[in-house]
Write a protein that binds this ligand. Structure first.
Ligand SMILES: O=C([O-])CC(=O)C(=O)O
Ligand SMILES: [Mg+2]
Length: 415
């Protein structure tokens, strides 16, 4: 067993199995405490909520609680490994919600027969939470699931692998293009992968100014083009009217490569075909489409990002999901809409242009971080993400009509 593998397994196993637990927020020591916490005192908030449903936010933990729900059908870039194998990732998301946004999160892994079964399960429990983060659910079912749940639920439903990934990709890519002296409306973009993250990333890039006809998406069968007859309705939106069929043909003179597929699918020779000053986001987790050291050896005019914590430029939905939920829950948003997503893109993007505090440099283990090829996007442990992104999202929720309450006083004021 490699050293790192053992460390990772020990981290999860010792001293207590798993990464999360539940703690109490009220005293529960004396008979008096128990009389308040449980019978008979608990009857009082029961009656209050029965009379006024919004009181659930006043008397329970709902307003600070997120459900992280998966069926394990697309765990990271590892594939369909089942609900229980997804549990470490879902606990990991709960850890990140708590660590970065102070939100309590609980993982729920659903075993189901039909897609409708999964939808019913989630819809029937969604009200217990302030919001639902759907995670690692395979395409194309994930699209139908998210749409059905948004229609049925009163709390925000957010498929992280679609929108979290898309928001962070858009923020990083807009900055990388700026550094490379390029513009999104002109950029030729190759997207390797046609799953949840791919479709959502490209749709959001189009909302940010990319041209649909400049996008070449590839699935396991090659370029998605208008003459293919095997496309589902989501892939069909990206069918390009082209006679190019291979990765090598479409990546020639491309400005941007976005990989949301699997490990080692981009070769140094492919990379050499790209236009000058290219941008490569190799975001498959845990193993990118090309390793940064290999990519940078092939091209020195490259801006390179991965989904991982151990290289510069981590384009990973961790920069988004804790904060978009923080902002949404703090104004009791009914949904997470496009206005809120675009506000998150802009807030993440702008933060990378500001001087980096010493504590962030220390946590990142580097002496310097300055907006440029090695620093296109903030670090996950930057505490300003919480204030900036959550605030931008909450304001957008209020102004777009998704919020059920106004911004709290002095919301996310920075000290
Ligand atoms: O977990 C991560 O690092 C990012 C993510 O959502 C995925 O790859 O599915
Ligand atoms: Mg995921």
């Amino acid at each position: 067993m490699t050293d790192f593998r053992k460390q990772a397994l020990d981290y999860h196993a010792l001293p207590t199995p798993g990464k999360i637990s539940i703690e109490l927020t009220k005293p529960a020591e004396t008979s008096k405490d128990l009389a308040l916490a449980y019978s008979p005192g608990v009857a009082e908030p029961v009656r209050a909520i029965a009379e006024n449903p919004d009181d659930v936010y006043k008397y329970t933990a709902k307003g600070n609680l997120v459900a992280v729900i998966s069926n394990g059908t697309a765990i990271l870039g590892l594939g369909n490994l089942g609900p229980m194998a997804s549990k470490p990732v879902m606990e990991g998301k709960a850890l990140l919600f708590k660590r970065f946004a102070g939100l309590d999160a609980i993982d729920i892994e659903v075993t189901h027969r039909t897609t409708q079964d999964f939808i019913n399960t989630v819809a029937n429990i969604a009200d217990s939470f302030g919001g639902v983060n759907l995670e690692d659910i395979k395409a194309p079912e994930c699209f139908e699931i998210e749409q059905a749940l948004i229609a049925r639920c009163e709390v925000p439903i957010f498929h992280d692998d679609q929108h979290g990934t898309a928001i962070v990709t858009a923020a990083g890519l807009l900055n990388a293009l700026e550094i490379q002296g390029k513009r999104l409306p002109k950029a030729k973009i190759v997207c390797l992968g046609a799953g949840a993250a791919a479709i959502a990333c490209m749709e959001l890039l189009i909302k940010c100014g990319a041209q649909r006809e400049n996008i070449y998406m590839l699935d396991s069968k090659g370029v998605i083009h208008t003459r293919r007859e095997d496309l589902n309705e989501y892939k069909a939106l990206f069918a390009n009217n082209t006679d190019k069929r291979t990765l090598q043909e479409v990546i020639t003179e491309a400005d941007v490569f976005v990989g949301v597929s699997g490990p080692n699918l981009l070769s140094p020779d492919d990379l050499k075909l790209m236009a000058e000053n290219p941008i490569v986001f190799a975001c498959s987790n845990p193993d990118p489409e090309i390793k940064p050291e290999i990519a940078l050896a092939a091209r020195d005019d490259l801006i390179m990002a991965t989904g991982r914590s151990d290289y510069p430029n981590q384009v990973n939905n961790v920069l988004c999901f804790p904060f978009i939920f923080r902002g949404a829950l703090d104004v009791r948003a009914k949904a997470i809409n496009d206005e809120m997503k675009l506000a998150a893109v802009e807030a993440i993007r702008q933060l990378a242009k500001e001087p980096v505090p010493a504590e962030v440099l220390q946590a990142a283990g580097v002496d310097k971080l300055e907006f440029g090829a090695q620093y296109i996007i903030p670090k996950p442990m930057d505490p300003r993400l919480r204030t900036r992104v959550s605030k931008a999202v909450a304001i957008a929720a209020v102004s777009s009509g998704a919020a059920r309450i106004d911004l709290p006083k002095n919301y996310m004021a920075e000290s």
